[in-house]
Design a protein around this ligand. Structure first.
Ligand code: FES
Ligand SMILES: [Fe+2]
Length: 380
């Protein structure tokens, strides 16, 4: 049996131990060494447009609230009372501008700026007790980019821009670009019975498309093998796959995807003019939760166009969609196969000799992500 330290190594030949997808002890380390050390996506600004709007979140097992303050600022706070620790937000989402967050246990009240504003029968605490010192605890770091709200549990994390690194350069090309105000058109949340990393692998993998999605291509009378081209690349710890690199933007009809370390994929589909962000959260070593947002630029936005986008989104990337359902079923088969105690490693070696950029069926971006994973797993 390999030790965890041996198992996490991506061997230079592209093999990895299958236990990285199946061992609960490795998931525990991922939570502590990756999800609590780097930047993670919390949510999107479009979820909380008005002062007081909030949404509950669970990230790395931590109960959080993403809230827009009365001062307009986006905050991420722990959803726990400063008295005796109860959740203070019970509803999944709402607006607390008038109601405050009222702890259900003994009635402490916190406003949308996270300040403790009311303590029933406060006198009994004595003079030392200062409400100002008992606001909801804020996450160590919060920053936004392109409408995405990121947070870090780690006060010593580098800046968000440093974390995104080379992914920033490609970002405007994969999405509508920074500064473009977006609004949410549709959203999905669903579970897949597979390890969270399988979804990153899958999104960065062109090789599977003709096989897993062959039936879909057939339905539309196209051969999946014809016309697919493009490149896969590593972008530091992130990765991308661009199906039509080299073709002018206006002529593009298919997709370009990015994986942002550790658990976000960003998708753009040119023919449907669909831009989506997918957040992938581990629930258990063999279970993940996906949240997917379909977003559209406010400036070019109209209802009819958004209805078309939402229908295309449901048909393709939704949980029952042509791509979404095929991939979910396939990942569950992978997870079941991974249970085999046969000692054979997993192979991700396509295009191994070609550096950071290779043709679309290569496993460049998957390996880039894995090296980022290994980098964090190696820290104390
Ligand atoms: S636990 Fe919140 S008021 Fe007591
Ligand atoms: Fe797929």
């Amino acid at each position: 049996m390999k030790t965890i330290d041996e198992a996490i190594r991506l061997r230079p030949d592209g093999f990895t131990d299958r236990s990285i997808y199946t061992d609960p002890a490795i998931l525990e380390q991922e939570i502590e060494k990756i999800f609590k050390k780097t930047w993670v996506l919390i949510g999107h600004e479009t979820e909380i447009p008005e002062p007081g709007d909030y949404v509950r979140k669970t990230i790395a097992g931590q109960p959080l609230i993403q809230v827009r303050g009365n001062d307009g600022k986006v905050r991420v706070v722990y959803n726990t009372c400063r008295h005796r620790a109860s959740l203070v937000a019970i509803e999944e989402e709402g607006n607390c501008a008038k109601t405050n967050f009222k702890c259900p246990y003994h009635g402490f009240e916190y406003d949308a700026d996270a300040d403790l504003v009311k303590v029933p029968k406060e006198e009994a605490y004595g003079e030392w007790f200062q409400k100002e010192e008992f606001g909801l605890v804020e996450l160590a770091k919060v920053d936004t980019y392109n409408g995405m709200i990121f947070g870090s549990f780690n006060p010593d994390a580098p800046t968000l821009k440093e974390h995104l690194g080379p992914a920033m350069e490609l970002f405007p090309y994969v999405t509508y670009g920074d500064g473009e105000a977006l609004e949410m058109v549709d959203t999905y949340k669903y579970d897949i019975a597979g390890n969270w990393k399988l979804m990153i692998d899958n999104t960065m993998d062109g090789y599977h498309v003709p096989y897993v999605h062959g039936g879909m291509f057939e339905q539309f009378g196209i051969s999946a093998d014809d016309g697919l081209s493009g490149v896969a690349r590593t972008l530091g710890h992130h990765g991308s796959i661009d199906w039509e690199e080299g073709r002018p933007l206006a002529d593009r009809t298919t997709n370009r995807y990015m994986a942002i370390f550790p658990n976000i994929t960003v998708h753009y589909n040119a023919s449907g003019d669909m831009f989506a962000i997918r957040q992938i959260e581990p629930i258990d070593v063999d279970n993940m939760q996906l949240t997917m947002w379909l977003l559209a630029p406010k400036s070019t936005n109209n209802r009819e166009m958004n209805e078309r986008r939402a229908a295309a989104f449901t048909m393709t990337w939704g949980p029952g969609g042509l791509f979404g359902a095929d991939d979910a079923r396939q990942l569950e088969w992978v997870q079941q196969g991974l249970k085999a105690d046969c000692g054979a490693p997993v192979l991700a070696a396509r295009g191994l000799d070609e550096g950071d950029v290779a043709e679309w069926e290569s496993e460049q971006s998957m390996r880039g992500f894995r090296l980022g994973w290994e980098h964090y797993m190696d820290q104390d």
